[in-house]
Ligand binder design. Structure first.
Ligand SMILES: Cc1ncc(COP(=O)(O)O)c(C=O)c1O
Length: 508
């Protein structure tokens, strides 16, 4: 593709990229330094926009250095905060490529290569999910929340086709109207409730299904709740099962849930935004047998466990894109001219958006670069590390200030635990939660480690706030995790020296 045609804009790009290549790789090198902060202190930044002339290349590198210096450092193995981590280097190249092409994946002709790749990657993921090869397809959305929302909208319009034109007012005027209801576990991500808000279902019609002690949806309770809803004149139509809940990493029992859905004609969606890749790529006894194929739709976020840069989320549809087009398509003729009849249709009309990034290119490129085995190994290693870390926490000896206690055996790659102040008790106490929040805040304020906390309700009651560390980055090692536990102990020591009663709390 080399060309000798004079081109000023190409020269400008070349010069910028040459410098960027150095600045970016230096940034990654310094971010991986054992002393590098994870949350740098934000000094006074000059964020003004020049009124007249811009600063050009001469000034921009200072700005980029400033941004890098002030950014949260996801490349550090001590970034153990949310459910994503550093991208892979090829992921960064993929992100740059998508920016370079600036193709819009709404209509085929605007991004033929993007469309072909999206189609291929969607089918490949669907194959891993063991969806029927002749029908299944997938599309990217800007995040798991949007994928989940689209699944709900498709299910809603399939069950209540009159909504597309008449809306709720039109449907209710029909006289036969029954209240649409959806079901999701008490541990599901909030995006399901947001989707219910966006889809006009309303929060009061989202039924929260209790979980078992491990945080998995109780399928018997689901059946009872669905049947109660029908008996009370409601119209259940959608169940969301989670593959890897946000906090405990639980996998809802899909086989049992699928039976309830089949018995009552409900759409079964699986939100695998977090744990989906574990089900797709795992040969693990537990997760490798997870039957995603029993779902009607399935969300998976390569931007979480697979190291693709934010954002890259797929919604896979067992019956292909036709139900999406039917539910959401309008066929605006000024934009959609029918795609390329021999190759692929335009896909944008199947979504609630217009312009779309060809995010699938990022996953495709990374998958070609690394191969499937890389993901199998990476995910197996993350899972093994989570189990080893849980063992480390359980086996760690107490200090004079407290002891360690695991919340539960990890079911995906999140590890949840407490540093229990004082002597351990048989049941979790409110002071445990107070201690977690205090320790987390102080530790994070020092900038060297970034950890997070969460809480959940179990059948026996709410748990006090605990540490939740998602293990995602391949750079994290057992040594990293041992040093985080030591840092928590040191922080407990420092806080107690400042105030010996600091961990005493009267509420969680
Ligand atoms: C289970 C689950 N579903 C959905 C989401 C939302 O995904 P996104 O942040 O890509 O919108 C998350 C985010 O953490 C999640 O854990």
């Amino acid at each position: 593709m080399e060309s000798t045609v004079p081109c000023k804009v190409a020269d400008e790009l070349e010069e910028l990229l040459r410098e960027a290549s150095q600045v970016f790789s230096d940034y990654v090198r310094s971010s991986r330094d054992p002393q590098a902060p994870v949350i740098p202190r934000i000094e006074k930044l000059n964020l003004t926009i020049p009124e007249e002339d811009g600063m050009g290349a001469a000034g921009i590198w200072d700005d980029i250095q400033t941004i890098c210096g002030a950014a949260t450092n996801t490349w550090s193995e001590r970034f153990l905060y949310k459910l994503y981590a550093s991208p892979t280097p090829i992921g960064v190249v993929g992100e740059a490529l998508v920016g370079l092409l600036n193709n819009n994946a709404h209509v085929f002709q605007a991004s033929p290569i993007g469309a072909l790749i999206e189609d291929k990657v969607g089918r490949q993921l669907a194959e891993l999910a063991k969806f029927p090869a002749d029908t299944a397809a997938g599309l990217t959305f800007p995040g798991g929340s949007y994928s989940n929302m689209h699944a709900l909208m498709v299910a809603r319009n399939r069950r209540f086709p009159e909504l597309k034109r008449g809306g709720f007012a039109g449907a209710m005027a029909g006289g036969e109207w029954r209240r649409p209801m959806i079901f999701t576990s008490a541990h599901a991500h909030y995006s399901i409730e947001k989707a219910a808000v966006a889809a006009g279902i309303g929060l009061d019609n989202v039924v929260s299904v209790p979980t078992d002690a491990a945080g998995r949806m109780d399928s018997h309770a689901l059946r009872v709740l669905v049947e109660q809803a029908i008996a009370n004149g409601g119209a259940p139509f959608f169940v969301n099962a989670t593959a890897g809940t946000t906090v405990l990493g639980a996998f809802d029992p899909i086989d049992e849930i699928a039976v309830v859905c089949a018995d009552h004609g409900l759409w079964l969606h699986v939100d695998g935004s977090w744990g989906g890749p574990l089900a797709l790529f795992s040969s693990d006894e537990e997760l490798g047998r997870y039957r995603v194929d029993r779902a009607d739709s399935f969300t998976v976020n390569p931007h979480k466990l697979m190291g693709v840069p934010l954002q890259c989320s797929f919604l896979l549809m067992r019956d292909g894109l036709a139900p999406m087009r039917e539910a959401l398509g309008l066929g605006a003729s000024y934009l959609f001219h029918g795609g390329s009849p021999d190759v692929l249709d335009d896909v944008g009309d199947a979504t609630m958006g217009c312009g779309r990034r060809p995010d699938a290119i990022k996953l495709w490129l990374a998958w070609r670069y690394h191969g499937t085995q890389y993901y199998r190994r990476r995910l197996a290693a993350a899972r093994r590390l989570a189990l080893d870390f849980a063992d480390m926490v359980s086996a760690r000896p107490p200090t004079a200030l407290g002891c360690w206690r695991l919340v539960a055996r990890p079911q995906s790659t999140c590890v949840c635990f407490w540093f229990v102040p004082g002597q351990p008790h048989s049941a979790p106490l409110p002071s445990w939660g107070h201690a977690t929040r205090l320790l987390c805040a102080r530790l994070n304020s020092l900038g060297h480690v970034l950890v997070d906390y969460a809480t959940v309700d179990l059948p026996a009651g709410p748990l006090p706030t605990f540490f939740r560390l998602p293990l995602n980055s391949p750079h994290v090692t057992k040594e990293t995790l041992a040093s985080v536990l030591a840092a928590i102990e040191q922080t407990a020591q420092a806080l107690t020296e400042e105030d010996p009663r600091c961990f005493v709390a009267d509420s969680s």
